[in-house]
Design a protein around this ligand. Structure first.
Ligand code: FE2
Length: 424
């Protein structure tokens, strides 16, 4: 007998009336109209069953610290970095852990079961690294948490930047990060990309760099990242995060750059909520949007995903771990309003993000892990439009979270007060 059978589900690719059979945490069959005895059978009623959401770019060490020790008044990236610098000496590991665990609870309730978090390695104490390694251990039963060694203050800007980053990797941090646009000069930025990619190649690690998170159109570290990726044979193992300078670059240069990125197999993660908030801050009017060129990169065959980046921290006071909110903002900023565009934004927080993260067994297919979400929506487009309720969240076939279906009951004078309907 099967453990779980979900029937009459709609899948993100548009197939309807689909049954998904689960045994021992894995999907054993996906077929239309399939029926078989199971410990639990759930009729999805035509609603959307999606693989779980993935956040390929986050900062869990700073999450939920909003207001500590003060609020970012200008709202800029640079005041955020300065504010984080003020907060760091005040941080206590147990408080960081508590905040991160609280965030992970929010994430699970939202069907977000895989998160790649950058962890600040700038301080020689490596306190955030030790705290996040502990969080990774504690949440391992319900969230796949990947950690990136992130030299927030610039790996070459301080004399012990490289050493601290390497020590973080030695302690068990998974991925090599970087921040070339924050190094002192363009040359130093390029040098940092080279040495960090070489370190990753030596250690067999993936690379995920904050790359060109600036409105400066001459910030071209993504070009160096693509070049070093090819030189070192790291194709498919490197991600460029943010890449916001591409928004402001000369079109002729971009016509050369995007094919170069595609050829190198470097993926790109945009962070719509943060890019639209932090970029363009030096502009008067018109103000640039600042998000990288998502549809153009996708059209060239580059794997593009969306990240949440921040939730209630020195850079961003909003957010709730909802990747549908991220996709919703992404499609607005990128003007991806066609049906195909909206579906691509759904992919950006599911399948594309899983690919960036190298997740194994991801998807709703035979043999994949039974880690999926039932949404109160008829398809992926409606899920984004409504930021739909996550009715049930399973991981490896185990139900982790559930939320009652929202049905509105009218109390309007002149209307019958027994009218109940689903919000559409
Ligand atoms: Fe970031």
């Amino acid at each position: 007998m099967l453990d779980l059978m979900v029937t009459n589900a709609t899948l993100p690719d548009g197939r309807t009336g689909m049954s998904v059979a689960v045994q021992d945490g894995r999907i054993t069959e996906v077929a239309a109209g399939l029926r078989a005895p199971a410990e639990e059978t759930l009729d999805a009623g035509g609603k959307l069953l999606s693989p779980h959401f993935c956040d390929p770019h986050f900062h869990m060490d700073a999450a939920l610290s909003y207001g500590l020790p003060r609020v970012n008044e200008s709202g800029t990236l640079l005041e955020g970095i300065a504010l984080w610098g003020e907060l760091k000496p005040l941080l206590k590991a147990e408080h960081m852990i508590d905040r991160a665990i609280a965030y992970c609870d929010w994430a699970v309730a939202r069907g977000l079961l895989a998160i790649r978090s950058h962890v600040d390695t700038s301080d020689p104490s490596l306190l955030p690294v030790e705290a996040m390694l502990e969080v990774k251990k504690r949440v391992a039963g319900y969230i796949d948490l990947q950690l990136v060694a992130f030299p927030q203050d610039g790996v070459l800007r301080s004399s012990d930047g490289v050493d601290n980053l390497k020590r973080a990797l030695d302690l068990g941090v998974d991925i090599v990060g970087g921040i070339p646009h924050f190094e002192r000069t363009m040359d130093e930025g390029a040098t940092s990309v080279k040495l960090l990619c070489e370190a990753a190649a030596r250690r067999g690690k993936l690379v995920d760099m904050h790359c060109d998170e600036t409105d400066d159109p001459l910030s071209r570290h993504i070009e160096t990242l693509a070049f070093q990726t090819q030189r070192l044979g790291l194709q498919g193992r490197v991600n460029g995060s943010h890449c916001t300078s591409m928004h402001s670059m000369d079109n002729y240069y971009v016509s050369k750059l995007i094919p170069l990125i595609a050829e190198s197999g470097v993926s790109v993660v945009a962070n719509p909520l943060i890019n639209i908030t932090l970029q363009g801050r030096h502009d008067t009017y018109p103000k640039r949007r600042g998000m990288t060129r998502v549809p153009e990169l996708m059209a060239a065959g580059v794997n593009v995903a969306f990240g949440h980046d921040c939730v209630m921290d020195p850079w961003y006071g909003m957010g709730s771990g909802d990747m549908l909110e991220v996709a919703h903002m992404g499609l607005h900023v990128a003007q991806m309003t066609s049906q195909k565009g909206v579906r691509a934004c759904f992919d950006a927080v599911t399948t594309n993000a899983a690919k960036v993260m190298h997740l194994q067994g991801y998807g709703i297919d035979k043999g994949c892990q039974a880690s999926f979400v039932l949404l109160q929506a008829s398809d992926a487009v409606e899920a984004i439009r409504l930021r739909a309720n996550r009715l049930k969240v399973w991981r490896h076939g185990v139900l982790l979270a559930q939320t009652p279906e929202v049905v509105a009951a009218l109390q309007v004078p002149g209307r019958p007060n027994d009218v109940r309907f689903q919000l559409r």
